[in-house]
Design a protein around this ligand. Structure first.
Ligand code: AR6
Length: 170
């Protein structure tokens, strides 16, 4: 498994799947979620609504998969990060679960290249350094690593990009 780091808008990435930092409603919001629904079009929202009707809301740490609509990726994996409410093992574990469950869905759907945003580090206020640490560690420790060809960490803001660069090198 190759790990790549880029600074970009994730909606422009041509991966098999891009991951969305969604909320439990799965019905869209601000940040990267807003951008994905805006650019991906109604097909994504329709698919999210179908999932809601079938299985209800998406719990924090879980992930679901839909079409990517008009985006250059094939799929969007929607995962719900924890809202930061102070240091706790539970928050760390929930954030790790987002990465792990997204990778598990990728394997189940034969996805080889997957792009992650910096889940929970925007509107949900998870400290960026801790989140980067957890994201990189969880991807590196993923049990079925050999089934994924490439993980792309897509940073949008300079702070996240610098934190990942420090940890991953060039
Ligand atoms: N491409 C890549 N990364 C982005 C983009 C983009 N187009 N836009 C923002 N980011 P956030 P959260 C980065 O707030 O903290 C929504 O309302 C951003 O710099 O999108 O998990 C949902 O519906 C930050 O580092 O997600 C939820 O209610 C990272 O994406 C809530 O926000 C995550 O920021 C989720 O909050």
């Amino acid at each position: 498994m190759i790990i790549e780091l880029i600074k970009a808008d994730i909606t422009t990435i041509e991966a098999d799947a891009i991951v969305n930092a969604a909320n439990s409603s799965l019905l869209g919001g601000g940040g990267v979620d807003g951008a994905i629904h805006r650019k991906g079009g109604k097909a994504i929202l329709d698919a999210c609504m179908a999932i809601r009707n079938k299985q209800g809301k998406c719990d924090t740490g879980n992930a679901v998969i839909t079409t990517a609509g008009n985006l250059p990726a094939k799929y969007v994996i929607h995962t719900v990060g924890p809202v930061w409410n102070g240091e706790s093992e539970r928050n760390n574990e929930l954030l790790a679960a987002c990465y792990r469950n997204s990778l598990m869905l990728a394997v189940e759907n034969d996805i080889k290249v997957i792009a992650f945003p910096n889940i929970s580090t925007g509107i949900y206020h998870f400290p960026k350094d801790k989140a980067a640490e957890i994201a990189i560690r969880t991807v590196n420790n993923f049990a079925q690593k050999e089934k994924i060809e490439k993980v792309i960490f897509v940073c949008f803001d300079d702070k996240n990009y610098d934190l990942y660069l420090q940890r991953l090198g060039r």
